[in-house]
Structure formats: structure tokens, C-alpha cells
Design a protein around this ligand. Structure first.
Ligand code: HEC
Ligand code: HEC
Ligand code: HEC
Length: 419
């Protein structure tokens, strides 16, 4: 995974370089100067970065934006399409209207319904002008002739027409509306987080049919990532509201620094956020990243995790594992140290309702992207061979029950699921 992230990053930097070489921007490799550019192509590239189109539309070893990435959903496997300017296999022959309709309504050029593995339920918020700029940029992407494999979905989900019903139930086909009671900065952050940033795709819980539960927006969701191509590893995307089991303990600076560098006082990236941060948020302007932090920190708390009390014997057993293996870096107080490792007290990963990401970081260690955006911290090693499922379950429950942390008990079966 790390290699794939690295090569995406390099090709994004290269495409930025090519674009800026033909226009006169001050910073040749950073896209952040492009947000307010006079050139629609540069603004479009910036928007493509904010939407992370590249990550989902570039398979390992494939040409940028040519598609073929597989997404493993509860309903089957869906492949991303070719969105290069190729006229037959890509979107080179599309009209601007067809593109805007795809982004707002989830319909392909021929009018057939697309699957919401493509985050159009978020992209629907994006303004028409931004989508026009995005389309202008995509038209400049080198055409690549490639068609992804057929989707692997069983009946009835292989019927695209079914998505018409899904859209009627779950698609709020509406553009972002400015909230005049909030600052311009808050509104900019809300627009990016809800729209192109599509943070809710992973961080908002879904119902049984995959619809986003918008009344609990950003309070925590799940995401199935791939390991080395095919093996699936489930993750929990943490609660981003200001609840105690979410970002309550994070300052605005912590959030901004995390999104910009992958590293902040309260946590570091080590899973699916690697791609989000290296390809998207770290490339955005400081003011846009700050706006996202302002919006997230202003969200009403939605508590998801219950309080749990362990038996004294279990508590002591969990504490022992922590002291031997974890306390040197996260400290006996759990408060961490800015130069060694983040706090586990108040950690959103530790307290997430679904413990998948907590278990992953213990079993597999912190798989940080290369080159590490954080730099400052030593990598946390994998404990999957040192600790058995029973010890990891006890340790995880201990972390969720100590220091005022929240979170239900973690069982051996929960740990086994992540192996
Ligand atoms: C989370 C992954 C993901 C992200 C991010 C994403 N896409 Fe996609 N996209 C997909 C998938 C999967 C499909 C195929 C859906 C289908 O076949 O029903 C798709 C389909 C499309 C289509 C329809 C193409 C066709 O031939 O019908 C367009 C257009 C598109 N994406 C544009 C974009 C743009 C522009 C961005 C960035 C702003 C973007 N996508 C970001 C996953 C993603
Ligand atoms: C060598 C020091 C070290 C040791 C030992 C260590 N960790 Fe870590 N841990 C880190 C670092 C550094 C990070 C941040 C990694 C990153 O940048 O993503 C981290 C991240 C975490 C996180 C994610 C925090 C968040 O909210 O992002 C959790 C949870 C965690 N460690 C738990 C543990 C547990 C449990 C143990 C014992 C089994 C342990 N760690 C042992 C250094 C360590
Ligand atoms: C592809 C799914 C996905 C998307 C999209 C996504 N996240 Fe995450 N996010 C995760 C997962 C999984 C974790 C926990 C593990 C990790 O570090 O990857 C997480 C963790 C976080 C954390 C907490 C980190 C910690 O260590 O406690 C923050 C803050 C965050 N995401 C913000 C965002 C924002 C803001 C966006 C939108 C710009 C976003 N995420 C988009 C999956 C996602």
C-alpha cells in the first residue's frame, strides 16, 4: 500500500509540474497556489486534489485517472472508470452537462445510474462553476485507452436501475448553501468537508442499504481497504464530531496540522488516511485546511461509544500488557509525548465505537506513508506476533476503560476478524 501511495504522490506532483510549467505559478510542485488561479485548468487541478479523484481512479501501475481500482462493498466489487480524456474508454467525448449530471446525480453519459462507491452523494454539494473548472482540467489529462474489468455484483445489485430507487431514498440532490449565521471560514470548511472532500463517505455511518445516515453525519463509519491487491482489511473511520469519543480533545491546530502533515498532537495517520492526506489534504492551501479544522471543531458532538467498566482482575491484566509493551512511548499516564508518540487518552481511534482501527494499529503497527509526512515520530512496530488475540482484546478494552476513555469491550472475535 505504501508504495502505491508513493507513486500516486509522485505522479500528482509530476502532473502539477507539467501544468504549472505552461502557466506562470510561483510554486512549481505545490497545488496550493492554484485555488485562486486565473486559469480554469489550474483551479480544476486544485479541485481534483480536494476531491482526491486520483486516488480512486488510478490503479497501481496504471496511467493517472485511467480507472480500474476495485472497491469491495457489502453489495459486491465495483471498479472505478477511466476519466482521462480518451474519447472511447474515458470521458473525452462527454459534454460539460453530462459531467455535471454525473457529479450531481450519479448518472453516466448514457443516463444509466452509477453506484455510490463513486461519492456523488457528497459531490452533489459542489457548485456548478467548480465542476466546470474540474471538467476543463480533466479534458487536459493525457488520454489513456483502458477499460476496467466488469463489476462483480450479484442480483439484484447488478441492476443499475435499482440505484434509481436508492437515489430517491438517499440522494439529497442539493448544492451547498451558505449558512449566514456562520463565518466565511466555517462555510468554506463545510463546503470542502461535505462536498469534494467527501469525508462522510468513510466517516458517516451507513444504513443496511448503504445510505449515509446524515442525522449522525461524521460521527464514525467503516471502510474496507485492500492489502497487497486483494486481501480485505476492515477499518473504522473515527468520530469527527466534538464528542468525547471524537475530536473533543483535539485543538483546531491539532486538526489542521494532522490534515496538512499527517501528524498532530492527538494522532498520526497510519491507515486509509495515508492516501487522503498525502494526495489530498496536505496539498491544499493552509487557509483551506484551517477552514476544514474550524468547521470540524464547530460540529455538534454526537456520542457513539458507551462507557464500560472492566472487572478489577481484567483491568490489572490489561494494565500489565500496556506497561510492558506500550507505556514507554505512550507513557504510563497515556498522555504521550510530542517527540515520541501521540496520546492514547482522549484518542478517537482508541474510543471509536467499532474498534477495527485500534486493533489494526496494534496488530500491524503504524503503516505510515513513505516519505513519512510526519517525520517527527519513530514508527510504531507491529505487535501481531508478540501478543495473542486474548491479550490484544484485554489491552484494547483496558485502553477504552481507563483514564476516562469510552468504548465498549473488545472481544477475541473482534481481534480475530482483523487478522
Ligand atoms: C471513493 C472513490 C472515488 C472518488 C474519490 C472519486 N471517484 Fe469517480 N468513480 C468511482 C467509482 C467506483 C466509479 C464507478 C461507478 C460505477 O461504475 O457505477 C466512478 C465513476 C466516476 C464517473 C463516471 C464515469 C462513467 O464512465 O460513467 C465520473 C465522471 C467520475 N467518477 C469522476 C470523478 C471525479 C471528477 C472525482 C474527483 C472529484 C472522482 N470521480 C472521485 C470512485 C471514486
Ligand atoms: C516505539 C514507540 C511506540 C510503542 C512501543 C507503541 N506505540 Fe503506539 N504509536 C506510536 C507512534 C509514533 C504512533 C503514531 C503513528 C503515526 O504517525 O501514525 C502511535 C500510534 C498509536 C495509536 C493511534 C493513536 C491515534 O489516535 O492516532 C494507538 C491507539 C496506539 N499507538 C496504541 C499503542 C499500543 C496499544 C501499544 C502497545 C501494544 C503501542 N501503541 C506501542 C509509538 C509507539
Ligand atoms: C477512505 C476513507 C476515509 C476518508 C475518505 C476520510 N477518512 Fe479520515 N479516517 C479514516 C480512517 C480509517 C481513520 C482511522 C485510521 C487512519 O489513520 O487511517 C481516519 C481517521 C481520521 C482522523 C483521526 C486520526 C486519529 O489518529 O485519531 C481524522 C481527524 C480524520 N480521519 C479526518 C478526515 C477528514 C477531515 C476527511 C475528509 C477530508 C477524512 N478524514 C476522509 C478513513 C477515511
Amino acid at each position: 500500500m505504501t508504495n502505491a501511495v508513493h507513486s500516486f504522490y509522485v505522479s500528482l506532483a509530476v502532473s502539477a509540474l507539467i501544468l504549472t510549467a505552461s502557466a506562470s505559478a510561483q510554486d512549481p510542485v505545490s497545488t496550493s497556489a492554484m485555488a485562486d488561479s486565473d486559469s480554469p485548468v489550474q483551479r480544476g487541478l486544485y479541485l481534483a486534489t480536494a476531491g482526491n479523484c486520483m486516488a480512486c481512479h488510478t490503479r497501481e501501475g496504471g496511467e493517472p485517472f485511467s480507472g480500474g481500482v476495485s472497491f469491495h462493498t457489502d453489495f459486491g466489487v465495483i471498479y472505478s472508470t477511466n476519466i482521462t480524456a480518451d474519447e472511447t474508454t474515458g470521458i473525452g467525448a462527454w459534454t460539460e452537462d453530462q459531467f455535471v449530471r454525473a457529479m450531481h446525480e450519479g448518472k453516466s453519459a448514457d443516463g444509466s445510474n452509477l453506484y455510490p462507491a463513486f461519492p456523488y452523494p457528497s459531490f452533489t454539494k459542489v457548485s456548478e462553476q467548480d465542476l466546470k473548472d474540474l471538467f476543463t482540467f480533466l479534458k487536459t489529462v493525457a488520454p489513456s485507452s483502458y477499460s476496467p474489468p466488469d463489476n462483480d455484483m450479484g442480483f439484484p445489485f447488478n441492476q443499475r436501475s435499482l440505484m434509481g430507487v436508492w437515489n430517491a431514498l438517499y440522494l439529497e440532490n442539493e448544492r451547498f448553501e451558505t449558512d449566514d449565521s456562520q463565518s466565511e471560514q466555517w462555510n468554506r470548511g463545510a463546503y470542502l468537508v461535505q462536498g469534494l472532500g467527501h469525508c462522510g463517505t468513510c466517516h458517516t455511518p451507513r444504513n443496511a442499504l448503504g445510505g449515509l445516515q446524515t442525522d449522525q453525519a461524521l460521527s464514525g463509519g467503516t471502510y474496507n481497504d485492500k492489502v497487497d491487491g486483494e486481501e480485505i482489511r476492515p477499518w473504522s473511520a473515527v468520530n469527527l464530531t466534538s464528542a468525547p469519543d471524537g475530536l473533543a480533545a483535539w485543538s483546531e491546530d491539532d486538526v489542521a496540522s494532522y490534515l496538512k502533515t499527517g501528524h498532530g498532537g492527538m494522532g498520526g495517520t497510519f491507515g486509509p488516511m495515508n492516501e487522503v492526506i498525502t494526495l489530498s489534504t496536505s496539498q491544499l492551501s493552509d487557509s483551506d485546511v484551517r477552514a476544514m479544522a474550524v468547521y470540524l471543531k464547530g460540529m455538534q458532538p454526537v456520542e457513539r461509544s458507551p462507557q464500560h467498566k472492566m472487572s478489577d482482575a481484567d483491568f490489572r491484566a490489561g494494565e500489565l500488557v500496556y506497561t510492558i509493551h506500550c507505556g514507554t512511548c505512550h507513557l504510563p499516564t497515556g498522555l504521550g509525548d510530542p517527540s515520541i508518540g501521540p496520546a492514547v487518552v482522549g484518542s478517537a481511534v482508541v474510543q471509536a465505537e467499532d474498534p477495527a482501527s485500534l486493533i489494526n494499529v496494534i496488530i500491524y503497527g503504524a503503516e505510515v506513508p513513505a516519505p513519512s509526512p510526519a517525520g517527527a515520530w519513530k514508527t510504531m512496530e507491529a505487535f501481531g506476533d508478540k501478543l495473542d488475540d486474548d491479550e490484544i482484546a484485554l489491552l484494547s478494552t483496558y485502553l477504552r476503560s481507563n483514564w476516562g476513555n469510552r468504548g465498549g469491550p473488545v472481544t477475541e472475535a473482534d481481534v480475530d476478524k482483523q487478522r
